[in-house]
Design a protein around this ligand. Sequence first.
Ligand code: ATP
Ligand code: MG
Length: 583
Amino acid sequence: MKWTGFFIPTAKETPTEATVPSHQLMIRAGLIRQVVAGAYTYLPLGYLALRKIENIVREEMNAAGAIELHMPAMHPIEWWQQTGRVEAMGETLLRLAGTGDDWRSRTVLGPTHEEPITEIARAYINSYKQLPINLYQIQTKFRGEARPKSGVLRTREFLMKDAYSFHMAKDGPGGLDEGYQKMYDAYCAIFSRCGLPYMIVEAESGPIGGDASHEFMVPTDAGEDWLVQSEDGSYAANLERAEVAPLDDKQGGTNAPLAEVHTPGLSTIDEVSGFLKCQPCQMIKTIIYEADGRPLVALVRGDHEVNEAKLARAAAVGPVKAAQPELIREVTGAEVGFAGPVGLNARVIADQAVTVMHDAVTGANKTDYHITGVNAPRDYQIKESADIRMAVEGDRAPNGSPLVFKKCIEVGHVFKLGTKYSRAMEATCLDRDGKVKPFIMGCYGIGLNRIMAAAIEAFHDDKGICWPISIAPQQVVICALDMRDQSVTSLAQKLHDEMEAAGIEVLLDDRDARPGFKFMDADLIGFPLRVTVGKRGLSEGVVELRKRGTGEVQKLPPDQVVAAVSQLAQEMLKQERTHTRIR
Ligand code: ATP
Ligand code: MG
């Protein structure tokens, strides 16, 4: 491939709208161009890299026994209504703007494909003998993301590999656990082959549903997720999911008497703690939720936040949502902002950190009043307590090891779905005993665009991208300096042709431009290997071979270059796919 016969619109200036390195570099290297917020064109070089990622994903999925198909982006809304996800997905689910009951009003654009794949299973799979099966696709997803961000890391249209497995049992041969493990292992193989440093963490399943899930995370500052990891390396989870050890009872004993204080118009933790000169950690935050149509009260320390997923799990209820002011008034008998556990007549779940609080400050369930000196069990009973809050700096993992926080990008996610979708869509199958049972399902997603951006976040320097060779748009660039010199151009062309014939991906920079200019572009785009053919080198009988990552240079006689490049590329491929998992 020749530069002049290709299309690589590189740019010198850093685009002002791009704040994270991968976004800046992908634009500058001529890999992508924004069309509208959250949707990008992959320019030819960017598309080459994306296709290499796609190939790795496809090869490993096939090797794991998954079978490829292709589903459309357009789905009937009726299926999404059947699974209750029109409501659960909210604004994320994109719908066509139709009028009345026309086809547009009945069509959605798939943010994921559980519904259509479950319909396929329902239509074609009726015996346990056809199971287990794993069907996957590499296809475009649409999501009404509120804030598309950081280039292709979060977009409204993106490429996902999504796989769905079907089983009759949870465990045993052919069961969900086995199918899940196969995908987990395939994901390790995929991220290793992409040369990506990744971690595996326990995750929350969100609106996809299900009872177990893991996320594959690339630690980097550009990420929007936080993972927490125990210092001893035995525990790692998404912050949304992370469990914490109970806190010690540092104070012991009950001292102060209960007292009511007038706090007119002061209802937030900051306002009240400022006014009463106490620390937020001495206050009990009382939050009224609604779950399964009933009020549910959560108590957390003033400096802690409720984790609603943990709360719902601890209370064994459906999704919890913040109560409307009306319900709050009904439960507390006061305006919003003055709720407290003393004398409250509702189901209350206290965070485990609240159980060791003494002489606490909290709302009085009376407008404009708080109470101080609150102690359980003297002043209120803690009937239910659990870990229902977000982990914070200084917390410990359940085994007692301190937690460390890291920013990261989620590149892949595996879920055990169970029967959520098969029950909702009445997708059943005859088991070994002739009984009709719903399929037990798993689903497994990988964001291809995110792999690309995450790799750039992980591997770049002040000059540009340093691609892992496995997913670089091309493995080698040949910089032909002195394009007006016949000996240079003919050797550069010869090396290019020989490399192509040897199966090496190579781009010949045949532009009539200054050396510095060519080197800058080569570094910016980040070809893992650069071969320089110049008049000066040739006068000494050598060609230069340079590694982008380390800057290491070898000077070689021209007839040894192709073999050296081929060997080096093989070595680099082998080297980068080992040890990419971080523990
Ligand atoms: P996030 O929490 O980042 O919004 P998600 O958990 O909703 O992602 P999944 O439904 O698990 O995403 O989708 C599977 C994979 O698809 C993710 O692991 C990620 O790699 C990719 N992905 C999800 N949303 C986006 C997006 N808006 N832009 C690019 N890739 C995405
Ligand atoms: Mg996810």
